[in-house]
Ligand binder design. Sequence first.
Ligand code: ZN
Length: 460
Amino acid sequence: MLLLPSSRIRTRFSRITQCTNLTLRCTHTTHRSPSPASLLASASKHKPARMAATATPDLPILPPEDSHLTAKFGRETANYFSGSPLNRLSFLRIDHAFLAPAFKHPSASFLLLDNLAPLVETDDATQLAFVSLGDIVDKVGGNVFEKTEEELIKEFNSEDSEKIVVFFGMDEKEVLSGHGGSEEKFKYKEFEGVPYFAVDVSKWENKEQLKAKLEKERKASFFGGGPRHMGLVAGQAAMYGYARALIDWNARTPFCAQCGQRTLSVNAGTKRVCPPTDKGEEREPCATRGTVSNHSFPRTDPTVIMAIVSADGSKVLLGRQRRWPKYWYSTLAGFQEPGESIEEAVRREVWEESGVQVGRVVLHSSQPWPFPASLMIGAVGQALPGEGEKIYLGHDAELESAKWFPLDEVKEALAKGTHNMGEETPKEYVEGALRLPPQTAIANRLINSVVEGWWIASKM
Ligand SMILES: [Zn+2]
């Protein structure tokens, strides 16, 4: 992750960041937004919040509300990679009467990804950089949505190189500044805003020329840290995660999972179909063209991740893998398997990896994790007393160590020892002390909640 010098951190965001770091119960009135798309609003308009003093990006901030559910269960937790400011308008992805004019509207803004690395502002990699159609028209063409899906399927030629363009959604509240070239909003039926698209440039020829042009004219360059950008501001991280997951899925799924023939990207990049003909000639039959049609949608892999507290509530169970940095621990996690509930997956994974037996399990929050397509389902569980708390690593070789950590020690680590793998420890860290993942990881949020007593009583 990019580390920013403190001089570039805007002080006006420091209070907000402090709030989110602690409890995610921020109630700043400036974050109110009635739009469903902006329910998880980022910290500001046009230029969302810069990185915190710890160089850890801010988190999405929920608007204040006082529902019965919040009264009973406490405030919802919004995790990093959630909180996109856009209205996805998923029902319009098949409507080319909407997509075609949206694509060529002067306000239309495009995020480019090169081998999954996003285009960012050259002097501030916490901000995505958007371009106009004019910047890329010679490569992407005048309008990829001009023809209807029916026409594209009918004209399918498996030898054509595919242009992957994903419709992100519309920015109805002007949260983002787009490509900065048009004040005019795009209107369609009752919807009005700036349309956003993501474009995969990985296979474009003469990319160096494009890069030089973007650098000069847009002050934008592809994120140099590779395809796992974890330093974007809240909201924009969600947009990047969405674009990344869909572009990756389209690029890695060129063939039909049912019959093995080439597929075609439709629904503005969110579905792939197995056309019945290729260059006008009939292809082998395929079940996805009939009733079994669910093979052609992007996958999301559910993963359970859990903070397990001891039976008396004084300790939390953490584990570490051999390849992790010294003293660096995290919550246990594993893939959700078919035929089990989330609660059962939590109990199974914890027992398999650590030998600890878990009783009651409560869902906490979830996090999209686009590396490549996981959904982290966060839970808090309580170990059974006595023998139930006994650690045994003999079932599964995944963990090098699992331990019960007293909450005081964990609290200290949350304050002084959180960082991404591959990063240096914070200045306050004392060698030999526990290290934990940063707040961009749901593991950190789960551990933080346990330390705060989230699992004991709901809070308002
Ligand atoms: Zn097929």
